[in-house]
Design a protein around this ligand. Sequence first.
Ligand code: BES
Ligand code: MN
Ligand code: ZN
Length: 497
Amino acid sequence: MKVSFVTAGSGDVVAVMASDGGQLMPAGQALDAASGGRLAKAMKAVRFNGSAGSVVDVLAPEGLDFARALVIGVGKLDAADAMTVERWAGHAVRRTLTSGAEKLVLQPDGLPNVSKAESGAHAALGARLAAYRFDSYRTKLKPDQTPSLSAVEVMTDGTAAARARAEKDGAIVDGVFFARDLVSEPANILFPESFAERLRDLETLGVEVEVLDPTTMERLGMGALLGVAQGSARPARLVTMKWTGSTAKGGKPVALVGKGVTFDTGGISIKPAAGMDEMKGDMGGAAAVAGAMKALALRKAKANVVGVVALVENMPGANAQRPGDIVTTMSGQTIEVLNTDAEGRLILADAVWYAQDKFEPAAVIDLATLTGAVIVALGHEHAGLYANDEDLANAIVAAGLAEGEAVWRMPLGAGYDKLIDSPNADMKNISGKPVAGSIVGAQFIKRFVKDGVPWAHIDIAGTAWKPGPYEDPLSPNWATGYGVRLLNRLVASKFED
Ligand code: BES
Ligand code: MN
Ligand code: ZN
């Protein structure tokens, strides 16, 4: 689907904005006048109130060259921001993508908090994100299930500025789509080795990619990561992706670490059958890191960033690790594995340590689909944020808010930490109590963060994918690509020259 900027557009469908109270915005008012008041008449007929995402679909409006006009609400104007415009455009694309229409014209207006040029650029970004599909394995799509929309024209005065902006945003789109594809792929296709191969492709963008195999990891002492991997016929991989874009010489990198469990059966502590297929997405943290690295490289970010992803498959089997096993991590600390389904923290223990040991980063941010408990706490609306550094935490909250990837800060503390003390090893991997499960997971990872290193953990178990029906117009699919936009903006706001 091609997106372009025009000063006057023509096509099959046109979309305009209306605000709270069902008020057409200026572009819509002009269209309404040209159609002899048809839009206003249709809006009145359905008691349209202009709330964000509400739509009046006007077919064959008289006096217009369009076969269809969509009046789409943006809600209260003083609350509307750039994300409102993206979602507005997303709704228009979702209504038209497989409708038979080939060309959609978006007429975004400026809003109190969004200039006309910005509004155009964000409409384009929203349109592109909303057009995402994962159709690689659907060989029998019927015509009405197949996208018909091939072009979107965004009407704006400042076409040159919008075009430049859209080119930059292309990096975000490609990064998000990369992450969505990785999360969507089934585990027979995407496993540690094939995942590592896909990350190798980032080399063409100037990212240095290094892939460690189990022999090397064994030599480094990564007993916790390898303990999880040992039940699977698929050997583990640890991949580092290095982007050196800062011109300030010798700048320490920021490290992004991702949980990449390509399938989580639970291991010997096996999960129930219902819904287990969703555990193909248990590499969502690694996908977010990979997508962010892609976006940063594509936009040639002036920052030094290293991505580290731990890739394993958690399987039961004759060689699988057992509850009660004690493993030794690269840090030297020992872990009693009381539940093989709490595997994410085990692989992160070694990956987070390795990232610090090898790169001496200015900060470490890990992303993981770590706990069901974070979904109990926050649902699918916010990811859980845990951090030992106020500045870093605040920057992450702000980045998430601006990019439509919300996080909610959760507490840490000694009282939670002591829940994972063990009489048999330095720690155990579960508390054994049905309390504060997502915080306990974070406390566990924190034990592998060196003193003085700013660190944040983002539990994305509820946001890496979401149950249908898929209401977010920007994410029309199961996999969201959550984290890519947040990390990209975080780097821009806090770690870029
Ligand atoms: N991958 C799961 C967490 C998860 C659950 C992600 C649901 C997405 C949706 C993780 O490895 C896990 O199994 N966690 C256990 C931890 C428990 C054994 C302490 C959980 O949440 O039940
Ligand atoms: Mn698990
Ligand atoms: Zn898991």
